[in-house]
Ligand binder design. Sequence first.
Ligand code: ATP
Ligand code: MG
Length: 508
Amino acid sequence: MNTTQIGKISILMIEDDKLDEALVISTLERDGLSFEHTAIQNKQDLHTLLDSRPWDVIVSDYNLPAFSAYEVLDILEANNLDIPCIVISGCLNEETAVTLLKKGAHDFIPKHNLVRLVPAIRREVAEAKNRATKRQVEQALKQKEKLLNNIVGALGEGLAVTDAQGRILFINPEAERLLGWRNNEVSGLNLHRLIHYLKADGSPYPEQDCPVGNYTRQGIPYRTEDEIFIRRDGSFFEVSYVATPIRENDQVIAVVTAFHDISRRKQAERELNESRCRLRELSSFLQSVREEERTRIARELHDELGQALTALKMDLTWLLTRFADDQDEMLVKTDNMITLVDSTVDSMRRISANLRPGLLDDLGLAATAEWLLAEFQERTGVEYTLKISHEEFDFDNVLNTTIFRILQEAVTNVARHAKASRLDVELEDCDERIVLSIKDDGIGLIHQAASANKRKPFGLLGIRERVTSLGGHIDITGQAGQGTKIRVMLPKQVITEPLKEHDKSIAG
Ligand SMILES: Nc1ncnc2c1ncn2[C@@H]1O[C@H](COP(=O)(O)OP(=O)(O)OP(=O)(O)O)[C@@H](O)[C@H]1O
Ligand SMILES: [Mg+2]
C-alpha cells in the first residue's frame, strides 16, 4: 500500500497542552491530512482507548507530567500492538531521538518545525498497513501449512518428497512406519539408493535403470505395482507407488512419491493365479482322460460289438438257407432278426462316431468336419458351407481334437438354440495359428434368466477353457436377431501357462 491509498486516519494523540494540541491539529489540517483524533493525557486513558478500538497512529508528546513517550512505547510492546508512534518534542536532542527510535518510536519530530509531521504519519501508516497485510498473509500461510502437515501426517499412504536429484526432503509418518526410517534420519539421502536398490527378482537395481527419473524429468508421473521397497532392516515389501513431478517455471523442483504396501494383495493374486493354473491343468487332464475314454469305448463298440453283430448276421443268413420251404414262420422271424441286427449296427456306428469319430484319427480333421456338418444338415435341415484354406488340414492329436470338439459343441448349439437356416464354417491355416470361425444366421445370443431347476450351461465355457489352455483367443458375438459368430484362434505351437518368473522369485 502506498501513502495515497490511505483513507481517513485515526490518530490517538497524547498531549497535555491544549495549545500544542491545537498547533498539531492545525498543521495536520493545513497539510491536507484526512483524519479524526482523540487526545488523552494519562496512562489509564491510553489503556482504555487502546482496548476500545484500533488506531492508525499515535502522536505522542515526549514528556508529560503523568508519563513519558518511553512508557507509551513500553505499553505498545507489552500489548504486542504494531501502531506507529511518532514522538513530538520541544527539546531537540539527538541522543534522546536515537534512544526513542531504538525503543521502537517510528519518528521524532521537533515541536517548532512540524513540516515533516504529515509525511511521517502518511508513511508510517502506509508501512504499518503493509506490515499488517504481510502478517495476515503469513498467518494464513502458517494455518495452511499446519493443515497440510496434519493431512500429510494423518494420510494412510506413505509419502516421500525428494528434490530433482532424488535426495529426500521429507517422509511422512506412514512412510516412516512402512520403511522403518525416521524423517530426520533420511533427510538429504538418495531415495533410490536407500529403499529402491533391488528389483523384485532380488537383482541389483542401478539408479540409472530406474524409470522414475526419466519420467519425472519429462514432467510425467510414473506409476507401477511391480517393484519392491527395502526397509531399514533389509526386509522388503511389494509396493504400489506413483512418483509425481512438481514443476515450477517449467523446471522439475521436486518429486512426490506416494506409496503403499501391496504384499498381501500380491500374495493373494499369486495364490489365485497358481490355483487357476492348477485348475486349468486339472481341467485339461480331465478333458484328455475323457477323450481317451471316449476313444476306447468308441473303438470297443466298433470293433468288438461290431464284429459280434457281423458274426451274428452271418449266422442268421446261414440259418435262412437251412429252413424248409414250409417253415414260413421261421423264415420271416429270421429275416426280421437280420433287419434288427442291421439297424443295431447302424445305431452302434452312430453312437461310436459321436463318442469319437474314427475318421478323425484315420482321415483327419477336414474329412471329420465335413462328416459332422453333413450329418448336422441331414438331422436339422440347416444348410451349411465349409471353407477350408488348405487341402491338407490336419494337425496333431491335441489340436485336431480341440478343433473338432469346439466345432461339435458350436454345431450342437446351433441345432439346439439358434433357429438358424444357414451355417458357415471356415477353417484357416495362417502360418503360426489356426483360425476357426462358425457363423449362423439365427436369433443371436439372447440373455436368458437362469432357472433354478436347470443345470448350468457349460458348452461355451468349455470352449473358452479349451482355447485358453492352449494359449489361444476366442471371440463370441451374437446380437439379438443377427446370428451368432464364434471366432477362435489357436496357436499351432501349444502355449501352456507356467508361473511368471517374477512370481516365482517372490513366492520362493
Ligand atoms: N448359436 C447360438 N444361437 C443362439 N443362442 C446360442 C447359440 N449358442 C449358444 N447360445 C445361447 O447361449 C447359451 C449358452 O450356451 P452353452 O453351449 O454354454 O450352453 P447350453 O447349450 O445351453 O448347454 P450345454 O452346452 O452345457 O449342454 C445357450 O443356453 C443359448 O441360450
Ligand atoms: Mg451348448
